[in-house]
Design a protein around this ligand. Sequence first.
Ligand code: COA
Length: 216
Amino acid sequence: MSDLSKSLEQQGKDAGTYRIRRMEPHDIHTVMMLDRLVFSDPWPESAYTQEIYFNPLAAYFVLEFTHAMPHWRWPWKPRNATLIGFAGMRVEQARGHISTLAIHQDWRGMGFGELLLITALEQTMAMKASAVMLEVRPTNTPARKLYSKYAFISIGRHTRYYQDGEDALLLEVPRLDAAYAQKLAECRQRVEQRIEQLVEKRIQERLSAQDLLSRQ
Ligand SMILES: CC(C)(COP(=O)(O)OP(=O)(O)OC[C@H]1O[C@@H](n2cnc3c(N)ncnc32)[C@H](O)[C@@H]1OP(=O)(O)O)[C@@H](O)C(=O)NCCC(=O)NCCS
């Protein structure tokens, strides 16, 4: 491997990686900022606090992208983590409920929303729910397409559910069984591969842009 490709590979590693982890109390304020950016009716702090501290049948996840601080000249580089998405679920009377899901708009279309949904669905199954439901705006085409990919079907409508007066469609996966678990495992593998490729592409684009700038 040439010195140049070694250096590019190292820069690529420094340039970033992502991970999904459980939401911690110290994440709440950052999650709330993203919530306000994405939704017109964001949750109050008390809703997050209630779910994270007091609901043993709830699980919330954050997706963060970590990257080395650019232009740091020491051999070790401090890493900077950016929270780019979150999702949550709870179980009520053996039925799961996907309570929230959001990706920062700069990071959409790369598979991250799908990966967070898979994570929330896997958690729902791990908590032994036999079905799972959620609410979605009828006008929210990206989310509806994502949910139909995961076999959610429409089972009803809540009139004037949202603060601006829009109805909510009630969607459900009626049976969370072994076949569904298998589908989730296959989808996870496919989505993770897709994300790896897209993140790699983004990093290469960034490195080429840096390279061009440094030559000027
Ligand atoms: C819905 C949301 C989470 C999707 O996240 P994302 O990371 O952009 O989505 P992904 O890249 O993982 O796409 C997964 C699937 O979602 C659907 N989808 C995503 N964006 C779409 C778009 N702009 N148009 C149509 N379908 C879309 C597709 O089915 C896609 O699968 P495909 O790539 O095989 O076609 C994101 O758009 C978001 O945060 N929206 C605002 C918040 C929100 O509406 N949350 C849901 C509340 S119910």
